[in-house]
Design a protein around this ligand. Structure first.
Ligand SMILES: C[S@@+](CC[C@H](N)C(=O)[O-])C[C@H]1O[C@@H](n2cnc3c(N)ncnc32)[C@H](O)[C@@H]1O
Length: 269
């Protein structure tokens, strides 16, 4: 693995970048998709970035997959413009040597069977194909959320139940550990880097962003080893919100910190 051989991109010179949408833009830039290339977007969500990929690849085949029927239905509500959207997961998809690029943005932390997913991603690529992954990274991926959580768990009303929470997320602590996951699956890793994104938002927006990521994990009763009721979920969410809001300045603005892994690899043949 030679991280230095990867051509430097803007990611190396920027210290502050907008969250999510722009992290996806950095990944697109790193992957350098070319017109005519066939691209598989794994965990495409409602297809916002898939459409950007299609705008770049033009005549190339672009397929977005996501396990959520509701989300794919939403993606299909807009004209597809030659895009294909399918209900499928990284772990169960069965593409074989059909794509030049696999694009996977803000999905990796949710995968349940990493080795199966990585094997399927590699199998989907043609020889010489490449993959780009961007995702929240490390067990303290959002120090902003961790600070709010640290305060919330001391509340006697939630303390006992929250101690039964079991993380549903896949985390590794270093870029080398992320690279190892892909090299174990046969990829040749070209870039693996964890960056701290720092963005400033109104406190309500920070709460909304975390509700679709870190807080969502705590809102799922399946992630607890004890029964979890509506009252606990409501209290927990309210407690985290209060702690987050306390971090805001007088104007109600809050700096959100997020560690993110950027990984680019070749199929390795
Ligand atoms: C934060 S969204 C990211 C959506 C899109 N990639 C983007 O960057 O805008 C995460 C998506 O991953 C999907 N997802 C969760 N588990 C998955 C799995 N096992 N395989 C593929 N996608 C998955 C979710 O349904 C959700 O749409």
């Amino acid at each position: 693995m030679d991280f230095r051989s990867f051509p430097s991109a803007s990611i190396h010179s920027q210290s502050v970048t907008r969250l999510m949408g722009d992290a996806g833009s950095v990944l697109l830039e790193l992957l350098d998709i070319r017109p005519g290339e066939d691209v598989l977007d794994v965990g495409c969500g409602t297809g916002k970035l898939t459409r950007r990929v299609k705008a770049i690849s033009g005549s190339g085949r672009v397929v977005g997959i996501d396990p959520s029927e509701r989300i794919i239905a939403k993606a299909l509500r807009r004209p597809t413009g030659g895009l294909e959207f399918k209900v499928d997961s990284a772990e169960s998809m069965g593409y074989r040597g059909e794509f030049d690029v696999v694009f996977c943005n803000s999905v990796f932390e949710w995968l349940k069977n990493i080795d199966a997913a990585v094997a399927n991603m590699r199998a989907a690529l043609r020889p010489g194909g490449r993959i780009g992954v961007q995702a929240p990274a490390t067990s303290r991926c959002s120090p902003t959320f961790s600070a709010a959580l640290g305060e919330s768990v001391r509340d006697p009303k939630v303390r006992e139940t929250v101690s039964a929470f079991r993380s549903p997320w896949f985390w590794r602590e270093t870029p080398e550990q992320y690279a190892e996951v892909f090299e174990r699956g046969g990829f040749k890793v070209k870039l693996s880097e964890i960056r701290l994104f720092e963005t400033v938002h109104g406190k309500e927006e920070v709460f909304r962003i975390l509700c679709s990521s870190a807080i969502a994990g705590f809102m799922n009763p399946d992630n607890y080893t004890c029964p979890v009721g509506e009252e606990y979920l409501r209290l927990f969410q309210e407690r985290v919100k209060q702690s987050l809001y306390k971090q805001a300045d007088e104007a109600g603005m809050l700096t959100l910190h997020f560690h993110r892994i950027f990984l680019v690899a070749d199929r390795g043949d």
